[in-house]
Design a protein around this ligand. Structure first.
Ligand code: PEP
Length: 250
């Protein structure tokens, strides 16, 4: 049997509730659920409910938040807690996306607190890790990615580790049209998996690749057995394009 592949769409700051609903309805009408495929949608917070409602109760599809705050409630203007996004229909959230780390200055410690809040609230963290171009050119890819992983996941129980999804997203590949070669990505995925095992993961942790994935490069990436799926920004924004992409690689 082929491995179960995960296709995750990060819509970033696109698709308000009206567009998100229309997207999800069109996608639902054209893409059949497949046993060996899992789909995640990460709409903007204001569109989580519309997306979840329009996708309905498909067993292959989950909606997640792009970000959460670690406190449960209180005076945190502009933030959304885990219970709030869960009430809107989110089953998980991205954590540590490079845009959160590099535009909004989120630290490894912030990322760890968010993972804690998600796990405590019963949601799936999709932890994003990845090096900048300068870090790669300095030969520090492995060290940076392992530091980010350990900061977020050290001390978790095996059950918590098994509920966590990892996305390896080299910062220099996000939204740039440049992607890691399949073998470069596979090498980092192998190290991530080894580190997860050292941290206590029991199962084969799913590790996704993200960074300028599109219909032209996805087959070569997914041909690497180390890649369990993809996290996609730009190429997930059009419903027909996304429907085509999730049909590739299975
Ligand atoms: C992302 O936002 O996680 C991403 C990988 O974006 P893009 O596919 O546009 O590079």
């Amino acid at each position: 049997m082929s491995r179960r592949l995960i296709y995750a769409a990060n819509w970033k700051m696109h698709h308000g509730p009206v567009a998100a609903r229309a997207f999800a309805e069109r996608f639902g009408a054209t893409v059949e659920p497949r046993e060996e495929r899992e789909l995640w949608f990460f709409p903007p917070a204001v569109s989580i409910a519309a997306t979840a409602e329009a996708l309905g109760a498909r067993s292959d599809t989950s909606v997640g938040a792009q970000n959460v705050y670690w406190e449960q409630k209180g005076a945190f203007t502009g933030e959304s807690s885990v219970p709030l996004v869960a009430e809107a229909g989110a089953l998980g959230a991205l954590v540590g996306h490079s845009e959160r780390r590099h535009i909004f200055g989120e630290t490894d410690a912030d990322t760890a607190r968010k993972v804690t809040a998600l796990l405590a609230g019963g949601l799936v963290p999709m932890l994003c890790v990845g090096e900048t171009l300068a870090e790669r050119e300095a030969g520090d890819t492995e060290q940076v990615v392992m530091r980010q992983l350990r900061a977020a996941l050290d001390g978790r129980t095996p059950a918590e580790l098994d509920r966590t999804l990892i996305a390896y997203e080299p910062v220099w590949a996000i939204g740039t049209g440049r992607n890691a070669t399949p073998s470069d990505a596979a090498m980092v995925h192998r190290s991530i998996r080894a580190e997860l095992a050292r941290l206590g993961a029991r199962g084969r942790a799913p590790v996704l690749y993200g960074g300028s994935v599109n219909a032209r490069n996805i087959l070569a990436l997914l041909a690497e057995a180390e890649l369990d799926g993809v996290l996609v920004g730009g190429a997930s924004l059009d419903p027909d394009g996304w429907a085509e992409l999730v049909g590739l690689g299975g």
